[in-house]
Design a protein around this ligand. Structure first.
Ligand code: HEC
Length: 503
């Protein structure tokens, strides 16, 4: 009897100790991320979640309030890392991408806290997108008020919610898979809508007595505002052209007549007839952009004035560095590619700490996912401890190609022409050139040091190829790879190392 009782007692004691420890112990650091001067730690702070869709910061409780797509709202205490249920929204309709989606927590200095929710519901065989306001009373949801109900569909329901600096509610609605809604200024789908906190139409909206603030959208998945007040969205294109847009009142972003930048004859003609706004950035092949958060903190100086973007298809966190005026993306770095799976939402706390969540239990898991611990909420913050395995951000290949083109246009096209074909007997064609497609070292010697009229196979040229040693190693690399993969050329990419060795 005594012997049998002992192990039970021991294991209970062990259980007690481990629970006790778990509450106090910081979760382990998975990786360190090395930026220029700053080292970040990556930590998973919550596990076993079911498709968290939106993360909001509850500053009064120092907690993250998050939605799960099936209709549950939970709270992650950032002191104890304990997750507790807040509410279940009973009329949420969840199938594939429909369900409980965006949220916005509004905590003013004075007056009650509000939680705005966007979710799909179904009545008979009709699907709707709903915008609701709850009073958020220290972790309890009270006094629901439906602000808007618009048509929904089995896909393309958006949607994110933002309470902006002007104390207005911005709701990014999907086009509900309709061909006509996005370009119909009287429909509320495929729009940025602007509402007062009580759901009424603001007197200063750009169209009198209308919620419509901007239009021509397909399916926005991210919405954020910068310190200076600029509102940005991320949006899923169709087969091509995912987008980041800078939202301005009354502007038309073109969908479904225009996809991405105005780069086909048809699109240019449409934009000429009536003004359309181009995205700040577009991606083909698509990456499936999702959550978006503007980063303005000094905590990570390398990322100050960037848009942080989580992506689903390309399974990464992207850091899109903005120009000082916020009109352009000047650099794009990629973190965690194919490492944590699909990433859905990202949140920046006032102190610059970043939280983001995976979406591996959704309708479209990638190979190797979900992991048993999925879905998770992760934290990125500054550290001095560098013992965990190091990860480095990668440069976006797409932006590299663009900057390769830009460099070529500014330094080479005057002689070798935009199409690389050169000018007969004067400037050699780079298309199909043996030198361009051959040994990287020989090519780099010509680029760096010029060729004195002797570069090309047996032909002598009057003019000579100038030396470009004044360009930086990285510029030479990007430029060389551009000419080796353009004009019908398909030679292997060369590394920065090879460029350095040829100096
Ligand atoms: C001022 C005109 C001029 C500019 C600008 C110029 N090139 Fe050239 N390039 C030439 C001439 C002329 C030749 C051939 C004569 C020679 O070998 O010096 C040549 C040769 C070449 C060759 C060798 C082609 C072959 O098949 O032998 C390559 C590669 C090349 N240039 C790349 C570039 C790149 C890349 C740039 C931009 C960074 C550039 N050039 C800018 C005039 C120019």
């Amino acid at each position: 009897m005594r012997l049998a009782a002992l192990p039970v007692l021991l294991s209970m004691a062990a259980l007690f100790v481990s629970c006790h420890n778990e509450k106090k112990k910081e979760p382990p650091v998975l990786n360190t991320i090395q930026l220029g001067q700053t080292t970040l730690s990556l930590t998973r702070v919550a596990n076993h979640l079911n498709v968290p869709w939106d993360l909001q910061y509850d500053r009064k409780a120092h907690a993250i309030l998050f939605s799960e797509i099936a209709g549950v709202i939970k709270r992650l205490d950032l002191n104890t890392y304990k997750v507790s249920p807040v509410a279940r929204i009973t009329d949420v309709y969840h199938q594939r991408t429909t369900g409980l989606l965006g949220m916005a927590l509004y905590q003013p200095e004075q007056g009650p806290d509000y939680l705005f929710l966007s979710y799909t519901s179904k009545t008979g065989d009709r699907i709707y997108s709903n915008l609701l306001r709850y009073t958020y009373n220290n972790g309890k949801l009270e006094a629901p008020l439906r602000l808007l109900r618009i048509p929904g569909n089995t896909g393309h329901n958006g949607s994110r919610v933002l309470v902006a600096k002007d104390q207005k509610v911005y709701w990014a609605t999907g086009d509900a898979a309709s061909d006509s809604f996005a370009q119909d200024s009287t429909a509320l789908n495929g729009k940025i809508l602007r509402l007062n906190l009580d759901g009424s139409i603001p007197k200063d909206n750009p169209i009198p007595s209308s919620y419509v603030y901007a239009w021509g959208f397909r399916n926005m998945q991210g919405l954020t505002q910068s310190e200076s007040g600029a509102i940005y969205t991320s949006e899923h294109g169709d087969a091509i052209e995912d987008e980041i847009n800078l939202i301005r009142p009354l502007q038309n972003y073109g969908w479904p007549q225009i996809e991405g930048k105005h780069d086909t004859e048809k699109e240019i003609a449409i934009a000429k007839r009536s003004p359309r706004t181009e995205p700040v950035r577009s991606w083909t092949p698509v990456i499936a952009p999702a959550g978006l958060a503007w980063y303005g903190s000094d905590a990570i100086p390398e990322w100050k004035n960037s848009l942080l973007l989580t992506t689903l298809k390309s399974q990464s966190l992207r850091i899109l560095h903005l120009s000082a005026n916020g009109l352009q993306i000047t650099d794009e770095a990629i973190l965690f590619a194919n490492y944590l799976g699909r990433l859905r939402s990202v949140l920046v706390l006032p102190d610059g700490t970043i939280y983001f969540c995976s979406s591996n239990r959704d309708w479209n898991p990638q190979k190797g996912f979900p992991k048993p611990t999925d879905d998770g909420i992760y934290r990125l913050q500054k550290t001095t401890d560098t013992t965990a395995p190091v990860l480095r951000p990668q440069k976006s290949p797409v932006l590299q190609e663009q900057s390769g083109k830009a460099l070529y246009e500014s330094y080479c096209a005057s002689c070798h022409k935009t199409d690389g074909k050169g000018l007969l007997n004067t400037f050699p064609s780079l298309a199909g050139s043996r030198l361009v497609n051959g040994d990287a070292n020989k090519l780099l010697q010509v680029l760096l040091h010029g060729a004195g009229g002797k570069a090309s196979d047996g032909i002598s040229y009057e003019a000579s190829m100038p030396a470009f040693a004044f360009l930086k190693d990285e510029e030479i690399r990007v430029l060389t790879n551009y000419i080796r993969s353009s004009f019908g050329n398909a030679a292997s990419h060369i590394s920065l190392e090879t460029v350095k060795n040829n100096r």
